[in-house]
Structures are given as C-alpha cells and as structure tokens.
Ligand binder design. Structure first.
Ligand code: NAD
Ligand code: UGA
Length: 466
C-alpha cells in the first residue's frame, strides 16, 4: 500500500507506531478504525512483516483483524518501513517494539532487554524536528520513562519530548474484542503541566470509543508498574490453580469442581482459574522475571522470591505433565509415536512463543519418543521453533492423520475443533492400549474412557482400563 506524501494535510493528527507486531498491528488498526480524523502509520524494521500487513493476509492470526485492516488500510492506516520519515511527520509516537528477556550479560535470563527500545528512542531523537509525545506501549520496567526522557531531552535542537506510559492489556486470540471494549485504558504521565496536557491528548484518542469511566489516568510510574503487576497477578492465579491440580490428582478431588466452587466467591472471581499444562505466551514469564529482577535491584529479595515461585511452579507443571505421561505409559515412550494436539500457546492464535507444547515436545524427544504435531494455525511457527531438531518430530495439519498409529494423544492447546473430532475413528487407528493426556481439560473424559481410551486429565483422577 503506497504511503502517500503530504497525506497528513487532511488529518487532525499524525500518529506513528514503531513496531508492527502482535500489539502494534492490532492496536493501531483499532485506533485508525475508531478515529478517522487521525492518520495512523505503523512502521517496522522487518520488511517482510510490513509487506504482509500490506498484503491479503495479515502477518498474525487474530479473529476479526483482517476485516478491520481491509476497511482502514490506505484510508487512514498505513504500514511502512520508512521510520525516519514517519518520525518527522508524527505528533504522537507509540513505541511497541519487543522487550524480550535479556539473554546475555548482567541480568541475563531475567532483566528486560531494552536495546530495541533504546535504539528507537535514539532514532526518534535523530529524526525529530518538532515537539512530540512519546508513548510506551511496550511493557517496560518501572522507571524506564525516566531513562527515555534523559536520552530524548538531551537534545540541542530545543525539542521537548513528553514520555508517557500507556500499557497494553490485550490478550492474543481476543485482541480485537479487548481493544474495542477494554476493561480499562491506562495512561500515565508526569504530573507537570506539560505531562498532564500530553496525557489529555492521549485520553482524547481513546475517548473516540472508550467510555470516560474506563480511561484511567495515573502517574507514569504507576502505569508502568501496573502492567507488570497485572500480568504477575494473572499468571499467579494460573500457577495457584495448577498447584492445586497436583493435589487433586493425589486426592481424587476434581480441579474443575474446586475452581468452580472457589470462583463463585465474588472476592475470588471465576476467570483465569482453568488448570492446564502451564501458561505460555511471550509475556507472563518474561514480565514476572523482569519484576523479580527489579525487586532484587531494590534489595526486595523476599518479594522477588515470592513472584519467582509463580514461574517455577509453571515450569514444574510442564515437567510433571511429561513425567505423568511417562509413568502411565509403562515408563517408556522410546520409539512410541505421540500426537500433540495443538502447538499454539492458547487457542485462536498462531503464536507459539513460550508455548508449553515446546517444553513438552523437547521433553518427549529427550525420552526418544516420535512426536507428531498438529495445529490449525501454528504449524509454520512450530516448524521454525523446532528447526534445530533433526529427527523424531514431524508436522501434520490433519489431526486424524496425526493420531493414526500413535500410542498417545496429548492436548496442548484448547482449540474447539479438538472437542468435536470422531474419537471412535481415532481410537480405531491407534495401537492399544491408547492414551489421551488432556493438558487443557477440554475433552469429554468419561465418553473417551467408555470408548476405550485411558484418559489422564489435569487435576482429575485418572480413568484407566488397567
Ligand atoms: P513483536 O515481536 O510481535 O513485535 C515487535 C516488533 O517491533 C517486531 O516486528 C520488530 O521487528 C519491531 N522492531 C524492533 N525494533 C524496531 C525498531 N528499532 N524499529 C522498528 N521496528 C522495530 O512483539 P509484541 O508481541 O507486539 O510485543 C511488543 C511489546 O508489547 C512487548 O513489550 C510486549 O511485552 C508487549 N505486549 C505484548 C502483548 C501480546 O499479546 N503480544 C500484549 C501486551 C503487551
Ligand atoms: C496475557 C494477558 O492476559 C494480557 O492481559 C496481557 O496484555 C498479555 O498477556 C501481555 O502482556 O502479553 P496472553 O498471553 O495473550 O495475554 O493470553 P492469556 O489469555 O493471558 O493466556 C496466557 C496463557 O495462560 C495461555 O497459555 C493460556 O492458555 C494460559 N491460561 C490462561 C491458563 O492456563 N489458564 C487460564 O485460566 C487462563
């Protein structure tokens, strides 16, 4: 899609977003859709990604996204690799580049790697010719805005940059719904007259469609820390119920019944209590480890350990799943074909970052199993993630073919389509005894057991024929 020169003349404001990923793409599409009076440009250093945004299929799978992109692209939404020019023309710049866990040097394995963020800040500085509002959309350590302000405002051009935090709370798979009807939008700024003026400009963007009561304003540090805290609390709930799932398996309590019973207490609430093989995704682990690193930095070691246990429990849950498979399949899976149903970290996305399926695949391969992976959307990423594996793993889009000849099926992702498969047909194609390990508790376990499967779910007594 051409990126028209001078198109900014028609629009009230020019918004730029640096980073066209899972956050930048959908959030800017929603802003463009709801604010036809603004020109929204999304830039990225990854040309293939930008070409895909400009092509018939968006580079990420997200229900409802393609339609809104098709409606707005070329009107007031543009995807481009021309970052320098985008910066020059922008009034407001959202930065949604990746902030992965650092893999090297000080803080390796915990701290956030801020190199992409800092490069972006320097590029903004080099190309700006007027005052700008810079918005942290990426998830960042608390007090990052301070460092950014120092870099940006150390300019000799007399340009003022106001750095704000507007963290994103969307979840993949429901991003468009989350963006259209957010529980809240959080905008943090300095509490100076300039900071508050900039905050109001950002409020004005969201006010196009978000009710005023759902737009929260705070100081910039609270906004930064609220994002890390929200992810830590969400992940903590999953680790909490997963810890109880282990106890359920020992005591014949049923974790779904326990979750339902506690969730009806309005103080606890029912959401995010689904026991599973573990949480995945690019953010929960990364953000908690970042929180842990920050706490250690402030000498708050007990706080750091408290939150780190959420990640440790999650890793243990995945190891426990493999051990359970092994133990129940007569202590060996060597040479046995095992079908993984799903590879995405959750349903309705093709994203596989930190998917529990990755850990399960590698664990099974260590046991010399032959792993066959099926997934409706994530096979391209699965192939990429496992490109270092030379043998023992294969990919099959059809779940029936994946299961044929397999000793066991392990459900890794809660794709709805796995609930309505013909399991009688599947059982007939598998060697006996046949096993199902439901890592998402989505199948009808009693029915499968009656058909002849040995069924092992998370946090439930096993249903076995021997
Ligand atoms: P992503 O990897 O999908 O996208 C980031 C993009 O930034 C990439 O396309 C990359 O090429 C681009 N980029 C990096 N450096 C650049 C530069 N200098 N100039 C231009 N482009 C550059 O990541 P994501 O999942 O969109 O996450 C982005 C941030 O948002 C992270 O901090 C993440 O923690 C946070 N976040 C993610 C989600 C989510 O659901 N994925 C939700 C909320 C917040
Ligand atoms: C999560 C948060 O929900 C978003 O609010 C946040 O913006 C985002 O992280 C981020 O910062 O990246 P996301 O990771 O996309 O969103 O998806 P979730 O729905 O939170 O699921 C995360 C993982 O937890 C998945 O593997 C999911 O299957 C698992 N999960 C979720 C459970 O095992 N049990 C549950 O009850 C809920």
């Amino acid at each position: 899609m051409p990126y028209p020169m001078g198109a900014q003349m028609k629009f009230e404001k020019n918004i730029l977003c640096i980073g066209a990923g899972y956050v930048g793409g959908p959030t800017m599409t929603m802003i463009a859709n709801k604010c036809p009076n603004y020109k929204v440009t999304v830039v990225d250093i990854n040309k293939d990604r930008i070409d895909a945004w400009n092509g018939p299929n968006c580079p990420i799978y997200e229900p409802g996204l393609d339609e809104v992109v098709a409606k707005t692209r070329g009107k007031n939404l543009f995807f481009s690799t021309e970052t320098d020019r985008g910066i020059r023309e922008a009034d407001i710049i959202f930065v949604s580049v990746n902030t992965p866990t650092k893999t090297f040097g000080e803080g390796a394995g915990k701290a956030a790697d801020l190199q992409y963020w800092e490069k972006t800040a320097r590029q903004i500085l080099a190309n700006s010719e007027s005052d700008k509002i810079i918005i942290e959309k990426s998830t960042l350590p608390v007090r990052t805005a301070e460092a950014m302000e120092r870099i940006l405002n150390a300019n000799t051009k007399g340009i003022h940059f106001e750095v704000l935090s507007n963290p994103e709370f969307l979840a993949e798979g429901s991003a468009m719904q989350d963006l259209e009807k957010p529980d809240r939008v959080l905008i943090g700024s300095r509490e100076t007259p300039e900071g508050i003026k900039a905050r109001k400009e950002v409020v004005a963007i969201y006010a196009h469609w978000v009710p005023a009561k759902n737009i929260l304003e705070s100081n910039v540090w609270s906004a930064e820390l609220s994002k890390l805290t929200a992810n830590a609390f969400l992940a903590q709930r999953i680790s909490s119920i997963n810890s109880i799932s282990a106890l359920c398996e020992k005591t014949e309590a049923d974790v779904d019944e326990v979750a339902y019973a506690i969730g009806t207490d309005s103080r606890i609430g029912s959401r995010f209590l689904k026991a599973s093989v573990g949480f995945g995704g690019s953010c929960f682990q990364k953000d908690i480890l970042n929180l842990v690193y920050i706490c250690h930095g402030y000498g708050l070691h007990e706080v750091a350990e408290y939150w780190e246990s959420v990640v440790k429990l999650n890793q243990w849950q995945q190891k426990r799943f493999i051990k359970n498979m092994l133990g129940n399949m007569f202590n060996t899976v060597a040479g046995k074909r095992i079908a993984l149903f799903g590879f995405a970290f959750k349903a309705n996305t093709g994203d596989t970052r930190e998917s529990p399926a990755l850990a399960i695949t590698r664990g099974l391969l260590e046991e010399h199993a032959e792993v066959i992976i099926t997934d409706p959307k994530a096979l391209p990423h699965a192939r990429e993630d496992l490109r270092d594996i030379k043998s023992g793993v294969s990919f099959e889009p059809d779940p029936y073919k994946a299961a044929a000849g397999a000793h066991a099926i392990a459900v890794m992702t809660e794709w709805k389509e796995y609930q309505s498969l013909d399991y009688e047909r599947i059982l007939a194609s598998m060697p006996q005894p046949a096993f199902i390990f439901d890592g998402r508790n989505i199948l009808d376990h009693r029915k499968l057991f009656k058909l002849g499967f040995n069924v092992f779910a998370i946090g439930k007594a096993p249903l076995k024929h021997f």
